[in-house]
Design a protein around this ligand. Structure first.
Ligand code: CAA
Length: 379
């Protein structure tokens, strides 16, 4: 068992950290205040190869392993969780299903611009009545001539308002339940694709979350991704990868909370000494560091298992669940260590607390991760 990163992985981590320090951290509070999508950062992430880290080079990606992708996602999220999820959704939820299930023609047309960061992707699974119960969806793709016509409403779509390319899950045989779901790759600018509204959110406010309505959207047969009626499997396998990306996002948020806490506790004085000299503060910092290290091991291991090509639902669920709760814990403790200042927008940690909470919810709630883990260990 080896715990060291390769020199290539270490370089990716360092490059992402420096990029986050220089291009993200100085602006993150303003983007959050203004709920502004950081298009200029997304463009630069594309130039660095971070929008398609594990996509083969022949399809415009960086051709690196999942561990490298996770290292980059962690550091970008350390800079700003919104930038982290924009990147993660493009890599995990838009590029990956095209790499795994796309034809060469689909890869050339749809995947390559996504992996280069020239276009942005989104993943359309959830619906108003189908969140955790993803198989209960009602978006329909009706067969007509040489294609299909899609009608329905998709909710909580990260990148939805800025995306160019959508991976859309539809019912092609509603009687068959999850065995009647089919995935399509859809042009977000196609006639009938309407961004109905964007959510006003507690955190990750620089990343957009949209409701998208599909009104008689015509797609050709060659936009079908994978086999007809195999879409639920495509969706679930995609989320197995996506959940490692969210675990990495949570690590970045938690690490930022830890670093702010250490810095502040050395500077802030009460009772004539820095508060970091009190055990009450030291114990909080020790627990944050320990939990983060454990979360990191679970997350990197899930990424390494994914790279072996075997099913990794359990490993991903454990990584996401543990990392998310760790991020929330670290952010809350950071606010507590900062005291009244922690509750103020003048200081950076209240944003971390707002950003961390979504990790408990999207790409499968903590409860869903427990369902996946239990199903795996009890089978
Ligand atoms: N890999 C391969 N196949 C899988 C699989 C996986 N990870 N998970 C399930 N399957 C297969 C099963 O083997 C089963 O196959 P058969 O039909 O051959 O028997 C089939 O799929 C159905 O499986 P389940 O009976 O387990 O399905 P279920 O309906 O009970 O659902 C669930 C299980 C875990 C609750 C699942 O629905 C789930 O993960 N729900 C949460 C969805 C989710 O994460 N939504 C977030 C969407 S993205 C988002 O957050 C917004 C964004 O933009 C970031």
């Amino acid at each position: 068992m080896k715990f060291e990163l390769t020199s290539e992985q270490e370089l990716i981590r360092k490059t992402a950290r420096e990029f986050a320090e220089q291009e993200i951290v100085p602006h993150a509070a303003q983007w959050d205040r203004e709920s502004r999508f950081p298009a200029e950062v997304v463009e630069k992430l594309g130039e660095l190869g971070f929008m398609g880290v594990s996509v083969p080079q022949e399809w415009g990606g960086a051709g690196l392993d999942t561990v490298s992708y996770i290292l980059a996602a962690e550091q970008i999220s350390w800079g700003d969780a919104s930038c982290g999820v924009i990147m993660s959704v493009n890599n995990s939820l838009a590029c990956w299903p095209l790499v795994r299930y796309g034809t060469d023609a689909q890869k050339a047309k749809w995947l390559t611009p996504l992996a280069k960061g020239e276009k942005l992707g989104a993943y359309c699974l959830s619906e108003p009545q189908a969140g955790t119960d993803a198989a209960a969806q009602r978006t329909v793709a009706r067969k007509v001539g040489g294609g299909y016509v899609i009608n329905g409403t998709k909710n909580f779509i990260t990148n939805g308002a800025n995306a160019d390319t959508l991976i859309v899950y539809t019912m092609t045989d509603i009687e068959k339940g999850h065995r009647g779901i089919t995935a399509f790759v859809v042009d977000a600018k196609a006639k009938g694709v309407v961004v109905a509204h964007t959510e006003k959110k507690m955190g990750i406010r620089a990343s957009d979350t949209a409701q998208i309505v599909f009104e008689d959207v015509e797609v050709d047969d060659d936009q079908l991704l994978g086999d007809e009626h195999n879409g639920f499997k495509v969706a679930m396998q995609t989320l197995d990868g996506g959940r490692i990306g969210i675990a990495a996002q949570a690590l970045g948020i938690g690490q930022a909370a830890l670093e702010h806490s250490i810095r502040y506790s050395k500077e802030r004085e009460q009772f004539g000494r820095p508060i970091g000299q009190f055990q009450a503060i030291q114990f909080k910092i020790a627990d944050m560091a320990m939990r983060l290290e454990a979360a990191r091991l679970l997350t990197y291991r899930a990424a390494a298992v994914k790279d072996t090509g075997v099913r990794h639902s359990k490993e991903s669920a454990m990584a996401k669940l543990f990392s998310s709760t760790t991020a929330v814990h670290c952010a809350e403790e950071a606010v507590q260590i900062f005291g009244g200042n922690g509750y103020s927008k003048e200081y950076p940690v209240e944003k971390l607390m707002r950003d961390a909470k979504i990790c408990d919810i999207y790409e499968g709630t903590n409860e869903v991760q427990r369902m996946v883990i239990a199903a795996s260990v009890m089978e």
